[in-house]
Structure formats: structure tokens, C-alpha cells
Design a protein around this ligand. Structure first.
Ligand code: C2E
Ligand code: CA
Ligand code: CA
Length: 726
């Protein structure tokens, strides 16, 4: 479970990391941009505060001018008219301009008049202010005495001094202006003018109204900068650079606000990216899981035979190597007998189902097997632990017994056999491939020596296989030589009159060192080595060359099913017939059931082409194949050759004469003729004659002979016939 979920967890974590990375990058970029805009905004706000303070200083001085540059004021102040002064330069200044205090000092800097919003005693009020006022009065009088008019314009009517101070621990703007004639008609001694001192405290409502005017949030005045990170502090300094306090406010931070405003969008974006990344990761995970599944399915298919579901050759060889690396074991190589005929006569679908049934029976019987596999076709293998001879023999017998029981496929009973080759790893080889090869050799031996049996590998078999390979090599060069293959002819006689009807050409191989090699041996080698076409051609050429000198006799030649499958067969045979100007109707080609029932179109086409030219066809070894009599009706041949095994018992008690009789009757009913093969006794000859057989062939009548003997045999047969007539 842990193993299964961890890739998902890793995937999910990756998705989160990816989303975090993307969002982090976006957030940091935005944060950087907004922070920069915030800083710029704060610098602007600082400037604004600075400007507001200096504007306030200028505006207080300007306020003072409205009443200090005035002839009446000069006269009244000189006259110390306190009521007038109160109404125009004191209280009025407070009520009209909001100044907190106003004082007037005489030429000797002594207080003449004072007004204070929160202090009734003007002298005491001035004591608190006088220090600061004096700092301004001194320089102002000097400037007045020096007639310094710098700064005086159309809007600024008189010179003055203004600065910020801390008065009784309160920040304040103090501005001093001379009281002067506006018309110039009243002359005062320069530097000895009455002076008007205006005081405006910066804490309290000043800071609040400044905040309201310039949209500063929570604007206050504080003595120290404070350490609240959310508040901005801007120092208010006097001209000499003394910090008298700080304006503090909650700064307007547009970037921060924008960031806050985009936060929900960012959050949603983050969630979307997270979802998308997670979805992507899950999709990728799903894909890779599917890929893994299809890979394991491919792996399973690569190691299993799709038809039977058994492990295949690759799986078996791997199993053999693995097993033999650790312990001794026995390998059984199994091959079905007559499976090919089932396939050919009943069709591949039935063949496939038979394979499945066989696989089930093998598995059910070989319970001790480590693995039962299908190597392909009708070949199976088994690996069994241990090398106990008796146990293996018992297993082999029970396997053969199990397969011998007829199979029931769609109500049709099918009987097949099983041949087994067995090899033990203890034979001195633990190489799996080698043990498998030995089992295969033993199987070959089992098949060659009669089928439906098992053979245990012996050392002599290796020798046998070697000999077989040598023979194949020799056959190849024999065919190249074109002088080692000879043809003998076995005469075929009329059953009733005993006249010579024709001959069957039988191939002989005169091996340079081994003498005559029998066709039972070399025909199979030729088929397996792909030499059968060449061999067939040589035999036909020799036979036709001989037979042209036997007019009136038919010539039978054997053709392998493999030859008939070759698309070119019909044309080639036709060419050879033409080459010898042979009468095609005198040629009879003997084929086996499997060839004629072959589903392949090439077989049918070849037969059709040659029959079209008049060539006859005979069904060889009739009765040994799989054709039911019903199917025989479909066969497109001119003759059947009843196999020797049916002829053997003819004329004796308990023989299968009834079958032979049925075969002959059926052949005649189809317009075919019947030849009996392997007549060895007079009893057989007479009986087959009675059963209505058309032609006879066998050692009793003549063994296969060289071409030079055929003339004599023909003459002898004719003489006998004539004698019989007489
Ligand atoms: P087959 O076509 O059934 O040929 C008859 C075989 O039975 C011949 O064996 C023949 O010698 C043997 N025979 C004939 N009469 C008797 C008898 O009374 N008793 C016994 N015991 N045997 C008898 P052969 O010549 O050894 O041929 C064996 C098989 O080899 C043939 O069986 C045929 O299937 C195959 N064969 C021979 N020549 C050729 C060939 O040129 N081409 C192909 N494709 N197959 C051939
Ligand atoms: Ca034959
Ligand atoms: Ca035959």
C-alpha cells in the first residue's frame, strides 16, 4: 500500500511545489513592484508634510501682515490702545486665522500686549514664548535697522522672521513681524518698531486639520518618532536643525493596497494553478500507471501462449535455466501424434480447441510439474523436479494414457496420440538449452520408432542426430550431383487378368559410402531440409525419361504435400511432361490425404491445372488419414490406394475386410478405381480380387526393380495372361 501510494504523494507534493514556485514568483514580483511604489508614495507624503509646515509658517506671517502693515496699527500700538489691539492684532487674529497666541513688544522688547487662548495672564504666557521670540526678534531688529528688505514683494509686505520651536514641550510656529505704516506717512526709527509675535501650536487640532486637508490618516504630532511599523514619522526641524517633534500618520501605501486588492485573485489563481498542476500530475500518474499496466500485459503476452494460456517457449527456457541452476530436474518434450491431420481435415478452429483441451489434460495429469508450456504448434514441454527414473516413467505413461482418451469437440470424437522425449539434467549437463535439446532428440526418436510412446535420452541419440545432420548434408550434395538419386519401379497389375498396368516410381539414394539409403529415411530429411522440391523434380525427370519407352503403361509418382503447396508445382510438372512429350493421361500423381485436404489454394490450383491436362491423381495410403468416408466424396482424385495395413489381414479370420470392401465400394460409387498396396500373399491377392479391387501391388507380384527389368516383367505378364486365356 505504501509503495502504491507513495508515487501519488510524490506527484501531489510536486504539484504543490510547482504551484508554490509559480505563485511565489508572481507574489515576489508584485511585492517588489508594490514596495517600490509605496516607498515613492511615502517620500511624496514626507515632502507634503514638509511643505505643509513651511506653508503654514508663510501663511502665519502673511496673516500677520493683514493687520501689522497698517497706519492705524502703528498709531494704536504707540498709544497702547489695548482694546483696539485686542480687537485687531490679538483676539481677532485667533478668531480669524486660528493663531493660538499673539504678543506685541515695544522698541525695548518689553511686552506691550498679549493674548493667549489658554492663558489669561499675558505676561506669564509671554514668559514661556519669550525665549523663542527673542531668537527671532534679535535678527529681525538687525535687519530692520539695516533696512534689509529682501523677500518683500507685492504679496509680502514686510520682512519677518519665522521658525519652529518647542515651547513648554509643545511644538509651535513662532512668527515675528514689525508693525509698520502702510502708507509710509508714519516714520519710525529703523529697528525700533513695535513687533507682533504670532504663535501657532502644531499639536492638537493643527495636526488633525492638516491630516484632513491633505488626506493623511490618523495624523498626530509626537515628541518621538515611535516604533510602530505601521505609522510614518516625519521630523519637524528648526532652521538650526533642532528636531522639535514628529508628525506621525498612517501612510498611504498604494502598492500595499493594490497587493491587498489582488490577494484574492492571487489566491484564486494559486488554487487554480494548484488544481491544474495536481490534475496534470494525476493525469500523468494515470498515464504512467496505464503504461505500466500495458507493459506488464505485454510482458505477460511475451511469456504466454495466447491460445492455451500456458507459458510459452521464452518463459519455459527461462524457467529451465533458473531451475537447473539450483537443482536437478527432468525435461519432457511432448508432441501430439496425428495433430496435423486433425488440423488439415477438421479445420484450424477444431485444431485450436483441441490444443486447449490437450493443455488442460497435460496440466491436470502432470501435477508435480514446475511448469507446463506450449512451444508452438502441437509441441509442449514440461519441467519436473528431480530425476527419479521410475517416477518419470509413471508420469510419461499417464500423460500418454490421458491424451489417448478420445477428445470430444462439438460432439465429434477425436483420437490423437502423444510422443514424449525425456532428458535428465543429471545426465552430466546442467545447461538448460542442452537438456532441452536432448529431450527434443529423444522425442524425435520416439516419433521415428512408432509414436504414442516415450523415449528417454541416451548417449547414442546424440550420435544419431549427428548422423542425421551428416545425411542431410550428403543429400544436399547428392541433389547437386544429380547422379546419386535413382528410381526403382514397382509394377502394378490388373487384379482380374494380372496384366501389367503400370509402375510406381520409388526414389532410391545410392550413397557413395553408405550404400542404398531407404526413402523412409531420406524423404523425411528432404522435407525437413527444404530439399523435397528438388528431389521430386529429379525423380520425375528420371521416371519420365524411363517411361517414354513403356508405351501403354501408366507411371505413378509420389508427391509430398510440401511440393503441392508450392505455387509453381503444376507448371514445373507440365514443363517436364512437355520436355519428354509424355502422354499426361499416362501419368498418375500419388498424394496423401493431408495434401489434398490442405486448405491452401495453391494445392487445389496445382491439382486443377494438372488434371486439366489429363494427369491422374491417386490418394496414397488411403485409410490411414483422417478423412471420414463422408469427406471422401469431396476428394477430387481418380484412384485410392488402400494402405498395406488394411491389406495385411485380408483373407484371414477377424480381419477388417469389411472396411476394405466399403472403401472399394465407395471408390467405385465415386467413379474412382482402387489399388491395394503391399500384397504379400496369394490369400491377400485372391481376397482383394474377390472384393472387387481394380489393381494390385506388392512384393508377391514384384518388388520395386530397376528400369531395365520392366521390359521382361511386361513380357512375362503378357505371356501369363495369354496362357490363362488358353
Ligand atoms: P509408398 O508410396 O506407400 O510406396 C510403397 C512402399 O511400400 C515402397 O517402399 C515399397 O517398396 C513398399 N512396398 C511395396 N510392396 C510391398 C510389400 O508387399 N510389402 C512391404 N512390406 N512393402 C512393400 P519404399 O520404396 O521404401 O518407399 C517408402 C515410401 O517413401 C513410399 O511409400 C513413399 O511414401 C515414399 N517415397 C518413395 N519415393 C518417393 C518419391 O520419389 N517422392 C516422394 N515424395 N515420396 C517417395
Ligand atoms: Ca506411393
Ligand atoms: Ca502407399
Amino acid at each position: 500500500m505504501r509503495l502504491k501510494s507513495s508515487p501519488l504523494l510524490v506527484g501531489f507534493s510536486l504539484a504543490v511545489l510547482f504551484a508554490a514556485f509559480v505563485m511565489g514568483t508572481i507574489y515576489l514580483t508584485m511585492f517588489w513592484a508594490t514596495d517600490r511604489s509605496d516607498r515613492a508614495a511615502i517620500v511624496r507624503q514626507d515632502r507634503l508634510v514638509e511643505l505643509a509646515v513651511s506653508k503654514m509658517q508663510a501663511s502665519i506671517a502673511h496673516d500677520q501682515e493683514s493687520a501689522t502693515v497698517w497706519d492705524d496699527a502703528v498709531e494704536r500700538v504707540t498709544a497702547h490702545d489695548r482694546d483696539w489691539l485686542d480687537a485687531n492684532l490679538g483676539r481677532w487674529m485667533h478668531s480669524y486665522f486660528g493663531h493660538d497666541q499673539a504678543f506685541i513688544v515695544g522698541p525695548d522688547d518689553r511686552l506691550v500686549y498679549g493674548f493667549s487662548i489658554d492663558q489669561a495672564d499675558e505676561t506669564r504666557a509671554y514668559v514661556a514664548v519669550s525665549g523663542a521670540a527673542q531668537e527671532l526678534i534679535g535678527p529681525l531688529r538687525k535687519r530692520l535697522a539695516a533696512n534689509d528688505t529682501s523677500g518683500v514683494t507685492d504679496h509680502t509686505l514686510s520682512i519677518g522672521e519665522v521658525d519652529v520651536f518647542r515651547i513648554s514641550d509643545r511644538p509651535a510656529i513662532v512668527s515675528v513681524k514689525p508693525i509698520m505704516s502702510d502708507t509710509g506717512n508714519i516714520i519710525q526709527a529703523a529697528g525700533r518698531e513695535y513687533l507682533h509675535v504670532a504663535v501657532r501650536y502644531l499639536d492638537g487640532d493643527f495636526a488633525t486639520s492638516l491630516g484632513q486637508e491633505y488626506f493623511f490618516k490618523d495624523m498626530r504630532f509626537a515628541m518621538s518618532a515611535g516604533d510602530n511599523p505601521l505609522l510614518r514619522s516625519f521630523p519637524v526641524s528648526s532652521k538650526s536643525g533642532v528636531v522639535i517633534g514628529y508628525f506621525t500618520w498612517r501612510p498611504f501605501r498604494p502598492g500595499h493596497m493594490a497587493l491587498r486588492a489582488t490577494e484574492p485573485i492571487l489566491t484564486v489563481g494559486c488554487a487554480i494553478i494548484l488544481c491544474a498542476a495536481t490534475g496534470l500530475v494525476f493525469a500523468l500518474q494515470r498515464r504512467s500507471r496505464r503504461l505500466r499496466e500495458s507493459q506488464s500485459e505485454l510482458l505477460r503476452l511475451a511469456h504466454h501462449d495466447p491460445l492455451s494460456g500456458l507459458p510459452n517457449r521464452a518463459a519455459f527456457t527461462a524457467m529451465v535455466s533458473k531451475t537447473l541452476a539450483n537443482c536437478d530436474a527432468t525435461i519432457l518434450f511432448l508432441d501430439l501424434d496425428r495433430f496435423k491431420q486433425v488440423n488439415d481435415t477438421l479445420g484450424h478452429a477444431v485444431g485450436d480447441r483441441l490444443i486447449c483441451h490437450v493443455a488442460q489434460r497435460l496440466c491436470a495429469t502432470a501435477k508435480t510439474a514446475l511448469m507446463v508450456s506450449r512451444m508452438g504448434g502441437d509441441e509442449f514441454t514440461m519441467i519436473v523436479p528431480g530425476t527419479d527414473l521410475a517416477a518419470i516413467e509413471r508420469l510419461a505413461e499417464s500423460l500418454i494414457g490421458a491424451i489417448r482418451q478420445p477428445f470430444d469437440i462439438d460432439g465429434q470424437p477425436i483420437a490423437i496420440g502423444l510422443s514424449i522425449g525425456i532428458a535428465f539434467s543429471a545426465d552430466g549437463s546442467s545447461d538448460g538449452i542442452d537438456v532441452l535439446r536432448r529431450a527434443d532428440i529423444a522425442l524425435y526418436q520416439a516419433k521415428a520408432t512408432g509414436r504414442n510412446r516415450f523415449v528417454i535420452f541416451g548417449a547414442q541419440m546424440d550420435q544419431m542426430m549427428k548422423a542425421r545432420r551428416e545425411l542431410e548434408y550428403d543429400l544436399r550434395s547428392a541433389l547437386k550431383d544429380r547422379c546419386q538419386i535413382e528410381v526403382h519401379y514397382q509394377p502394378i497389375f490388373g487384379a482380374r487378368e494380372g496384366q501389367l498396368l503400370g509402375v510406381e516410381a520409388l526414389a532410391r539414394w545410392r550413397h557413395p559410402t553408405k550404400g542404398f539409403v531407404q526413402p523412409d529415411v531420406f524423404i523425411q530429411i528432404a522435407e525437413e531440409a527444404g530439399l523435397i522440391t528438388q528431389l521430386g523434380e529429379q525423380v520425375l525427370t528420371i521416371a519420365l525419361a524411363d517411361a517414354v519407352s513403356w508405351p501403354g503403361l501408366s507411371l505413378s509418382v509420389n508427391a509430398s504435400a510440401l511440393e503441392l503447396r508450392d505455387e509453381d508445382y503444376g507448371r514445373r510438372v507440365g514443363d517436364i511432361i512437355d520436355r519428354f512429350s509424355f502422354d499426361p493421361t499416362q501419368l498418375e500423381i500419388e498424394i496423401t490425404e493431408s495434401a489434398i485436404l490442405e486448405d491452401e489454394a495453391a494445392c487445389r490450383d496445382n491439382i486443377e491445372v494438372l488434371r486439366g491436362r489429363g494427369v491422374q491423381f491417386a490418394l496414397d495410403d488411403f485409410g490411414t488419414g483422417f478423412s471420414s468416408f463422408g469427406r471422401m466424396q469431396k476428394l477430387d482424385v481418380d484412384r485410392i490406394k488402400i494402405d498395406r495395413c488394411f491389406v495385411e489381414g485380408c483373407g484371414t479370420v477377424g480381419s477388417n475386410e469389411a472396411i476394405v470392401q466399403a472403401m472399394i465400394n465407395l471408390a467405385h460409387a465415386q467413379g474412382m478405381r482402387a489399388t491395394a498396396e503391399g500384397i504379400e500373399t496369394d490369400v491377400q491377392r485372391n481376397r482383394l480380387r474377390e472384393l472387387g479391387c481394380d489393381a494390385l501391388q506388392g512384393f508377391l507380384l514384384s518388388r520395386p526393380v530397376g528400369s531395365d527389368k520392366i521390359g521382361d516383367i511386361y513380357r512375362q505378364a503378357e505371356e501369363k495372361r495369354v496362357a490363362a486365356w488358353r
